[in-house]
Ligand binder design. Structure first.
Ligand code: DQB
Ligand code: GRF
Length: 221
């Protein structure tokens, strides 16, 4: 067995042409989407990029063999890999297996899309500036879980969603894009979640496009 994160990182780049450090035009941004569940954001990304040769969803990784999103990947002809965290003795060994698979696939950008495992500081450092997440609130407000319940309880008239770089502290990384969504008087957590989710499905592909077009200084490709 290899030691956790035992890979050469001297002068390496994940990009096949090795040109990323020169900021030359990217021929194709190779994405991995990491999921744990339903996969509606995965589906939005797959649909957005089917006819886009500059962005390719190379693989979908799920920590849960029962994730509904695995079926969505299969329906779109994308290879999905289950890396079940129960089969690893520690968090770091799970993260290390994910890291190894990402490197094998020469991934340029990780999109977390309803991925529910907190990632280790080591993993986040490895993928710093190359890993993004979508969160169903207007960050920095309402970090964490159950955002819609909390937004309603607080009587907010607006909420929204945010795409951000992933930093070690959960939901704290640099904001890439966000969009506001109105809260209606009659909203339940479910109706609000559905309205925010539609906005997510538009926002996430936009953020990935910004990165592919190299319009985002935060991307460390
Ligand atoms: C998330 C998944 C789970 C949570 C947040 C975001 C969460 O707060 N879970 C409750 C705590 C679970 C527990 O008890 O252990 N999805 N890793 C790092 N930083 C992030 C974001 C997500 C997933 C992993 C991050 C992440 O911002 N280090 C997104
Ligand atoms: C979305 O609301 C996303 O913002 C949050 O988890 C949910 C994932 O939904 N991080 P899905 O699996 O993409 O349908």
């Amino acid at each position: 067995m290899t030691a956790p994160f035992d890979r050469d990182h001297g002068d390496y780049s994940t990009r096949e042409d090795g040109m990323s450090k020169n900021h030359s035009p990217l021929s194709q941004l190779r994405l991995a989407v990491m999921i744990s569940g339903r996969g509606s954001n995965l589906e939005a990304l797959l649909k957005a990029f089917t006819d886009d040769k500059t962005i390719r969803i190379v693989t979908v990784i799920s920590n849960d063999p029962k994730a509904q999103g695995l079926r969505i990947a299969a329906d779109h002809g994308v290879e999905a890999r289950v890396i079940d965290h129960h089969q690893f003795a520690s968090r770091i060994e799970f993260d290390s297996a994910v890291d190894e698979f990402l490197i094998q696939n020469r991934i340029d950008l990780i999109c977390l899309a309803g991925f529910m495992r907190i990632l280790s500081d080591e993993f986040v450092a490895r993928w710093s500036g190359k890993m993004i997440n979508i969160h169903p609130s207007l960050l920095p407000s309402y970090r964490g879980l159950n955002t819609h319940e909390r937004v309603l309880a607080a009587g907010e008239s607006f909420t929204g969603c945010t795409v951000h770089f992933v930093a070690p502290e959960v939901d704290s990384g640099e904001i890439i894009l966000q969009v506001k969504v109105p809260v209606l008087a009659e909203d339940s957590p479910e109706t609000l979640a559905a309205r925010v989710l539609s906005a997510e499905h538009r926002l996430y592909p936009q953020a990935v496009r910004l990165i592919a077009q190299q319009k985002l200084p935060g991307y460390k490709g």
